[in-house]
Write a protein that binds this ligand. Structure first.
Ligand SMILES: *Cc1c(COP(=O)(O)O)cnc(C)c1O
Length: 400
């Protein structure tokens, strides 16, 4: 990819996504489940740009949404409403109402209280709500504690006994239709065994439910498949699918999978321009025009992103790549090797397609970066750079 040209054309900081790679990743996962009925519901929160969603909708993907805003985004992008799932640990009444009115595939519930709320809302609307319940299988996903969600100490889902009570309640309700089970034990998972273990626990649970005539049709294994940022080992998609399917013997269910990072992380780079270099005592800093408001993963999770200086490779020395924001936590990379940089040089920050732009903000009154899609050698702007006027547009007149 001609990063220099893209940076010149669209300016920096700039997010660039490889749409061909996104397609390959989606199809790889979809094909791994060939032996069964399956539905790949892309987790919108990883990268919610409408063009990304539309690209995936065109390939036949469904969508996993964690707010009504994401449901609306998926619908706007042309998703099939019967392929949209609404998850999330605390949904408001108006969100549940809108979701029911949109007639999406199902709503993933995370507590008994939420189920009772939904029942009341469904009754008011005269609708029967298709639901699934997020079961917390108490399995350690062996990932960063901030992105681990499948242990009993986490806020997510309900334990299996509470879950069973909820399914029985739902089956007897006129306004609830329990059609799915759901688990999601964490993100950036690089070991297969916790996912298979969770699938085994949930498959047994589904057999128990079927025995009492609760007919589960969707077996949702969540997302969380890890990707390579540095030297991680990636889970093989075939082993992943086979491992899950091996637990489903005798169960007539559609496997639902909710990958976010797996589909988009390695499709994206962030291009940023060098402002200048500076040395404090022994330490070398490369100041760039992207900052933690553009990419917060290094500050928030101590995440590693590979970096590269475009067009230069000689005389590398160690440095920190830092942004202009007034926080010590404002860095994109620490102790990385880079050649001597000059003002205007372009640095590529890699693997930022997931939880990159989506987590960006306006701290320090910085407009958010532009986004570009690349496919078959062509490039096109898919989100404009935010101007100062965009950033202040919603603030009400303060001096009358
Ligand atoms: C965040 C999330 C996902 C996607 O996680 P990835 O690690 O990006 O694959 C899937 N399902 C649920 C319920 C989530 O909260």
């Amino acid at each position: 990819m001609d990063y220099k040209n893209l940076a010149q054309t669209y300016k920096t900081p700039l997010y660039v996504y490889d749409f061909d790679y996104i397609q390959t990743r989606y199809l790889t996962l979809k094909n791994a489940f060939n032996a069964r009925k399956s539905l790949i519901c892309y987790a919108v929160k990883a990268n919610s740009n409408l063009s990304v969603l539309k690209h995936l909708a065109n390939l036949g993907a469904g969508f996993d949404c964690v707010s009504i805003g994401e449901v609306k985004r998926a619908l706007l992008a042309g998703a099939n409403k019967y392929q949209i799932i609404f998850s999330g640990v605390g949904k408001r009444d108006d969100e549940l109402k809108d979701a029911l009115e949109s007639d999406i595939l199902m709503i993933n519930l995370e507590s008994e209280a939420e189920m009772k709320r939904l029942e009341i809302i469904a009754k008011d609307l005269g609708k029967k709500a298709r639901i699934s319940i997020r079961i917390n299988p108490d399995v350690d996903a062996k990932t960063h504690p901030y992105i681990s969600t499948g242990l009993n100490e986490n806020k997510f889902g309900v334990d299996i006994n509470t879950g069973k009570k909820m399914y029985i309640y739902a089956k007897n309700s006129e306004y609830l239709d329990p059609v799915g089970v759901h688990f999601h034990i964490g993100s950036q998972i690089t070991e297969l065994s916790p996912i298979i273990e969770a699938a085994g626990i949930l498959a047994e649970f589904v057999r128990e439910l079927k025995a009492i005539e609760i007919d589960i049709k969707f077996f949702d294994v969540g997302g969380g498949i890890g990707v390579i940022y540095d030297n991680e080992k990636e889970i093989d998609t075939y082993d992943y699918a086979q491992g899950i399917l091996s637990k489903l013997n005798g169960l007539d269910v559609t496997v639902v999978c909710e990958p976010g990072r797996f589909i988009v992380a390695n499709a994206g780079v962030l291009l940023t321009s060098v402002l200048y270099e500076k040395f404090n005592k022994q330490k070398r800093f490369v100041m760039v025009d992207a900052a933690m408001n553009d990419l917060i993963r290094p500050s928030l999770y101590e995440a590693f992103h590979g970096v590269e200086l475009v067009g230069k490779s000689k005389d590398e020395s160690s440095c920190d790549i830092v942004g202009p924001i007034c926080e010590s936590g404002d860095f994109l990379a620490k102790n990385v090797m880079l050649p001597a940089c000059e003002s205007g040089d372009i640095i590529v920050v890699k693997s930022v397609g997931a939880y990159g732009f989506a987590m960006s903000g306006n701290y320090n009154t910085r407009g958010r970066a532009a986004e570009v899609a690349v496919s078959g050698g062509e490039h096109r702007l898919i989100r404009k750079r935010e101007s100062f006027e965009d950033v202040v547009a919603l603030e009400l007149e303060f001096m009358k």
